[in-house]
Design a protein around this ligand. Structure first.
Ligand code: PLP
Length: 384
């Protein structure tokens, strides 16, 4: 048998990981400014994470959602406390797509409506409705095509108002990332998010804040949407939530009432996943990682803006993007091959930084020095 070949892969096998570093099978060390795909929130193989998971595995790894799972209740309380949404309800699942799928489904149950508003360049996952709300026809299979999803331009308040005035009574949900990740690090404006809130209130629509990539502390707020000072009705989460252990979930506003069996899952909220998620929140709290994300983000942005060969440096906290011109289109590949640094990308020409929230100043400096070195060797002239 062989693997189904859907990923263009780098020929590197990671064997060991610690903090913001990983090592391949020949012992080469890499700085991980990609956070293993925006997933590593508290650092690779954090000792508290290992202990929590090991202890849990030695007790019970899994039992079904047909019994009480006290560690789910512990996670719910901790998440309510740290996110500041302690009056919300938590539904647990296994991935970001599943979180959005459940969020959209719940919005439709709640409103009895079918229309979904999503935005250009959005990415919400690969399951049926999540992918239909994703602005990339190449990954939407014919069976997932639906007329229920309507795409509007991102950050365009006027077109949002016009569409709501025409169709408001038919809309079940508006779904948006606080910062578009796959779309290229595009920041939602406060006015845009506030308008979504206002229109959703006016027309009885559910506001879904996709926080899968931009959430869980990455921007320094627990949810990246929080800076706009309005609450969403549902927040979807995954990636950093388990620091690599598969877990996702949605936070649901108190106005949305549950009914038995309206949502469900076999694996969601299992003992091990909850142990992983709890350890993440405990480390975020004890190591003050939201503050660290802000500080390290400021440092990186300031230093990146001094490099004239890159442009349009933007982001918040440790979710940062910058553009590279055609002359430097090999920069990301070269950073990996020559400087041993993993970064993310967004088509056509964006480098995305999504490191662990525990990134140290030394790691951040190492990145800036190596980036300048690589640009220098590509231009064969000194950079400042
Ligand atoms: C904003 C956003 N939503 C949803 C998803 C889907 O998450 P998953 O791959 O865990 O299904 C992603 C993944 O990149 C994402 O960036």
């Amino acid at each position: 048998m062989k693997l189904f070949d859907v990923y263009p892969i780098n020929n590197i096998a990671i064997e060991r990981a610690r903090g913001s570093y990983v090592w391949d099978d020949s012992g080469t060390q890499y700085l991980d400014m990609y956070g293993g795909h925006a997933v590593i929130s508290i650092g690779h193989s954090h000792p508290h994470y290992i202990k929590r998971l090991t202890d849990q595995l030695n007790k019970v790894g899994f039992y079904s959602n047909s019994v009480r799972i006290p560690i789910q209740e512990e996670l719910t309380n901790k998440l309510g406390e740290i996110s500041g949404k302690d009056d919300y309800q938590l539904f647990l699942c296994n991935s970001g797509a599943e979180a959005n799928e459940n969020a959209l489904k719940l919005a439709s149950f709640h409103t009895g409506r079918k229309k979904i508003v999503a935005f250009k360049k959005a990415f919400h996952g690969r399951t049926s409705l999540a992918v239909a709300a994703t602005d990339n026809p190449a990954i939407i299979a014919p069976v997932n095509e639906t007329e229920h999803v309507h795409f509007l331009p991102f950050n365009d308040v006027q077109s949002l108002e016009t569409y709501f005035h025409q169709e408001g009574k038919e809309i079940a949900a508006v779904i948006t990332e606080g910062i578009q990740g796959v779309g290229g690090i595009n920041l939602a404006t406060a006015e845009f998010l506030q308008t979504i809130r206002k229109l959703c209130d006016q027309y009885g629509v559910v506001y879904i804040a996709d926080s899968v990539q931009c959430g869980y502390g990455r921007t320094g707020n627990f949810f990246s949407h929080d800076f706009a000072d309005v609450n969403a009705d549902i927040y979807s989460m995954a990636k950093g939530m388990g620091n690599g252990f598969p877990i996702g979930g949605i936070l649901i506003a108190p106005s949305i009432k549950p009914k038995h069996f309206m949502l469900g899952t076999t694996f969601g909220g299992n003992h091990l996943a909850c142990a992983a998620a709890l350890s993440v929140l405990e480390v975020i709290e004890s190591e003050n990682l939201l503050y660290n994300a802000i500080e390290m983000g400021k440092y990186l942005e300031t230093e990146l803006k001094k490099i004239s060969e890159i442009s349009n440096v933007r982001g918040r906290g440790l979710m940062i993007g910058f553009d590279v011109s055609a002359d430097y289109k090999e920069l990301r590949k070269n950073l990996l091959l020559n400087q041993k640094i993993f970064t993310g990308e967004a088509k056509p020409n964006v480098i995305r930084l999504l490191p662990s929230l525990a990134l140290t100043k030394k790691d951040a400096e190492h990145f800036i020095v190596s980036l300048k070195k690589e640009i220098h060797s590509m231009t064969l002239k000194p950079v400042q």
